[in-house]
Design a protein around this ligand. Structure first.
Ligand code: C2O
Length: 551
């Protein structure tokens, strides 16, 4: 087993985008952060040095962390934060996973700029036959002129929605539709006739995105580090926390510019629907006439294939096209039967907080978010630690409600009264090792038009069903896909609909479940589940490392 070692210094770096120069939180001064490239089966050790005056943690999003929950990263869930001046080495093995993932900070809103690609090269050859000329990371993100942590603080203080970012980025570059950004444009050179692998990552804080390349077709071959049945599309939809690997053949004849635009913009945005929300980069054909690589005239940029804003029909069709490969070499291990089903609402709440109500100390009308009316409160000590050490001052309880407290009807005329009863706490689901767990995520659609990207730590899951309206316990399970459902770590639950996911709970430890729209996590759209140790030594959580930070 090869051990690959990385050193990550969390540090400030002066960076300029959109005519604004500011101290940006980075890893090793890079924005986006360094790529972690490893091979299936490797041991990985990432020494993180915190060189700032604030706490930090890092998370290897989608990496299973079998028995090594101590290295997962979400602050106060699996570890206390790394304090300023301190270090912590994340140690884990890459077992039976391959493809594109991402890593990001998991403290406050630091992941706004602290993120990067995590690439796992497969042990066996790719299951698709194309000759790949080069791999191109395409990391979608957001740029904030201000300090994102301050945006979160003000949002919690006022109870209103957060300020949005100032622009979207491809590999840290906003591109020419934004002010002062002509030179801050990502350009990738390609050769005619060659096939490229694009590793597309949505590291944005707050938006699902469409991504497309003018005139070029994209063939999806893997999502969330799991191979899929290949399918071809003109654009993709990708939620924060999701990754999508596509093959693209450079088979178009360029015009005199030699360039084709690659573009991303939100599925939904309330601000400046065109220019200020579309990030552009370019494919530059080598040997095309424009040898100096001068960016084309912006008027030629109508030429990308992006769906219209809020094109739900496209989004639904696209996610419906994603199927597990389910081949002899890469079988689909979806649990055919379940031991336990949890039905939970995922809601935004406009909460009235009179003096007699907890509301985390906040007063007045304000936003919160909840699952089964439980708004998740992050404790002040690590849940994994208090669970492992059996601390009497536990930071959590094991009584997450298994069904919505009120009979729920999202089509009902009075969503307000059904959603004004938020309770605050740290309630988790507890299951024995090996449980086949089904979680039905029911969006209430109240105040929310986006699809909530629900992310599960420590496990992949199978999306066995989804639909619009209310989940029907009697009829919907009969239509589940138990043959080749997509296997992922983040599911975009349709707005005004539901998604049913199945998890084989085979990773002992404490695992966060939350919405990957960052403001929703701040408002409490989260829970967690504990997988108890199994009988065999190989089914037990490993002891904590020596250098685990303390609170
Ligand atoms: Cu990508 Cu809990 O996060």
């Amino acid at each position: 087993q090869t051990t690959r070692r990385f050193q990550f210094n969390v540090e400030w770096k002066k960076v300029t985008r959109l005519c604004t120069t500011k101290q940006l939180l980075t890893v090793n001064g890079q924005y986006p952060g360094p790529t972690i490239a490893v091979h299936e089966g490797d041991r990985v050790e990432i020494k993180v040095k915190n060189r700032i005056a604030h706490n930090t943690t890092l998370h290897w999003h989608g990496l299973r962390q079998l028995r090594t929950g101590w290295a997962d990263g979400p602050a106060y869930i699996t570890q206390c934060p790394i304090r300023g001046g301190h270090s912590y080495t994340y140690k884990f093995s890459v077992i039976n996973q391959r493809g594109t993932l991402l890593w990001h900070a998991h403290y406050a809103w630091q992941r706004a700029s602290v993120y990067g690609a995590l690439i796992i090269y497969p042990r066996m050859p790719y299951p698709f036959s194309a000759q790949i000329q080069a791999e191109i990371p395409v990391i979608l993100g957001e740029w904030w002129n201000g300090d994102p942590d301050e945006v979160e603080r003000i949002m919690m203080l006022t109870g209103a929605g957060p300020d949005s970012s100032n622009g979207y980025t491809i590999n840290g570059m906003p591109g020419p539709l934004y002010p002062c950004s002509n030179r801050d444009t990502f350009i990738q050179t390609v050769e005619y006739g060659r096939t490229y692998m694009l590793r597309i990552i949505n590291a944005a804080l707050a938006n699902e995105l469409f991504f497309a390349i003018a005139k070029h077709k994209l063939t999806v071959v893997e999502v969330d580090a799991v191979y899929t049945k290949p399918f071809t599309t003109t654009s993709i939809m990708i939620a924060p926390g999701q990754t999508t690997t596509v093959l693209m053949t450079a088979n178009q004849v360029p015009d005199s510019t030699g360039m084709f635009a690659m573009a991303a913009r939100p599925y939904l945005t309330s601000v400046f629907p065109f220019n200020n929300s579309t990030t552009i980069s370019f494919l530059r054909y080598k040997n095309a006439r424009n040898r100096r690589g001068k960016p084309p005239n912006l008027s030629s940029l109508k030429l990308y294939n992006l769906p219209a804003m809020e094109d739900t029909a496209f989004a639904t069709k696209f996610s419906g096209n994603i199927k597990s490969l389910a081949s002899p070499k890469y079988p689909c291990d979806v649990p055919k039967t379940i031991d336990k089903r949890v039905i939970t609402t995922i809601s935004l709440n406009l909460e009235d907080c009179p003096a007699k109500k907890t509301c985390l100390g906040y007063r007045g009308k304000r936003f919160f978010a909840s699952m089964n009316n439980q708004s998740f409160v992050r404790p002040s000590i690590s849940i994994l630690e208090s669970y492992y050490k059996n601390l009497t001052t536990t930071s959590f309880s094991s009584d997450f409600p298994e069904k919505p407290p009120n009979a729920f009807d999202y089509t009902g005329g009075d969503p307000l009264s059904q959603n004004m009863n938020t309770e605050f706490g740290t309630k988790l689901i507890v299951v024995p090792y090996g449980t086949s767990l089904e979680i039905v995520l029911q969006d209430t659609s109240f105040l929310n038009l986006e699809n909530h990207p629900i992310h599960v730590h420590g496990h992949n899951f199978f999306i066995v069903g989804s639909g619009f309206g209310n989940f029907n316990k009697a009829t919907d399970p009969k239509r589940y896909n138990l043959v080749d459902p997509p296997e992922r770590n983040t599911v975009a639950v349709p707005s005004g609909g539901w998604a049913a996911i199945r998890i084989k709970a085979d990773n002992p430890g404490v695992w966060f479940i939350h919405c990957h729209l960052e403001q929703h996590t701040s408002w409490g759209l989260a829970t967690g589940f504990i997988v108890l140790n199994g009988q065999e030594p190989s089914q037990r959580l490993l002891p904590p490392p020596q250098d685990l930070p303390s609170c």
